[in-house]
Design a protein around this ligand. Structure first.
Ligand code: PLP
Length: 219
């Protein structure tokens, strides 16, 4: 399959899942996760009409994206990986959206860097939804405080983000993230990857982050 055929197939399957849940298909944003992918592979998806891309590492994004963005100024770049505070300045220059905000010290660093650069990325608060030891994301009990801190900051709040634990059925974790978001009056939900995006969409995802299924043919 070509990149354009894979994109069409996944977009159709997102739209079908949305309709099943009586949602508007247009309410689900598809983020193509382009970490480890070459500029040529990315260009093929841009040519097919894809406009939102996600990268995990600041260094990799900095090596690929400034040139790509110059060629495609309407593309939006999302940071989906763990972010160190000392990379905040580089991150606000590169990214339009950060999905991995998980602590107030990082919010402070991003807000200060954004004020300096006069570029204000919107942020998702990442939640450690499976309460896993070494997983990124804030504790469920800390979501309210971090959401309030973002609301008092100059960075727009995009929503909540989570990566469910590997192994168990992901749907209960998607449902839990949606419930926590509702409790805090948060509308956006960044959840769902190649293996589980249909159930994420049925449970309310407003952004899905898909890499493998977009860039590789399934066996
Ligand atoms: C790599 C990655 C994805 C995409 O995973 P696939 O299974 O390849 O679709 C989504 N979200 C995050 C945070 C990632 O690191």
């Amino acid at each position: 399959m070509t990149a354009s055929e894979r994109l069409r197939e996944i977009r159709d399957s997102i739209d079908a899942a949305a309709r099943l849940a009586r949602r508007e298909p247009g309410d689900v944003q598809l983020i193509a996760v382009s970490k480890t992918r070459s500029v040529e592979e990315i260009e093929a998806l841009v040519a097919a009409g894809q406009r939102h891309f996600g990268e995990s590492r600041v260094q990799e994004a900095a090596s690929k994206w400034p040139a790509l963005r110059q060629r495609h100024p309407d593309v939006r770049l999302h940071c989906i990986g763990r972010l160190q505070s000392n990379k905040a300045a580089e991150a606000v220059e590169l990214f339009d959206v950060v999905h991995s905000l998980d602590r107030e010290s990082l919010l402070d660093a991003l807000a200060a860097a954004a004020a300096k650069a006069q570029h204000f990325p919107s942020v998702y608060v990442q939640v450690n939804i499976g309460e896993e030891e070494q997983k990124g994301g804030c504790a469920i009990a800390e979501v309210g405080a971090l959401v309030d801190a973002v609301r008092q900051s100059p960075l727009p709040l995009a929503g909540l983000m989570a990566i469910p634990p590997l192994g168990p059925e992901p749907a209960p974790y998607f449902a839990l993230l949606a419930k926590i978001a509702a409790e805090h009056g948060v509308a956006g939900l960044s959840m769902g990857m190649s293996g589980d995006y249909r159930s994420a969409v049925m449970l309310g995802a407003t952004a899905v982050r898909i890499g493998t299924a977009l860039f590789e043919d399934s066996a």
